[in-house]
Write a protein of this length. Structure first.
Length: 139
């Protein structure tokens, strides 16, 4: 298991990743890899089975920067946002924060790697604060 956070307020442009600047709980092995300050986490298929299974969870506060149009973030696998792990919020006012949470299971074939991130898939820039990404190897 590993935990990555970004507690400071950050502006995230359209189609860009939320950045994780701190590692409160580092991975105890080489199967979960992250460089502090990056928005990308690499999951490795180090296993004797056919695949390694990970649970990826994201929670944080998001706000619209420019308008009250709907804003959204999603867990992305290999740069592609997962529709099943998308959080959508329609803010009542610009700058008002809303808490979101999404989770997804990611299967990594033996000997392969996969990259995950949290992406702003809105049509406008957003502000993110207290971003928290937890990656757990479950099988």
């Amino acid at each position: 298991m590993a935990e990555y956070v970004g507690t400071a307020v950050q502006n995230v442009a359209v189609n860009q990743n939320v950045l994780f600047t701190e590692t409160p709980v580092p991975s105890c092995n080489c199967s979960i890899v992250h460089r502090e300050g990056s928005g990308i986490v690499t999951l490795r298929g180090n296993t004797n089975q056919c695949r390694a299974l990970y649970k990826v969870s994201f929670g944080g506060n998001i706000a619209a920067v420019e308008s009250t149009a709907a804003i959204s973030v999603a867990i992305a696998l290999e740069g592609e946002a997962l529709a099943s792990a998308t959080a959508i919020e329609t803010p009542g006012a610009t700058g008002a924060y809303y808490n979101v949470f999404v989770a997804a299971f990611v299967s990594v074939p033996k000997g392969c790697c996969a990259t995950v991130s949290v992406e702003n898939i809105s049509t406008q820039a957003i502000t993110v604060q207290n971003a928290n990404l937890i990656v757990e190897r479950v099988a």
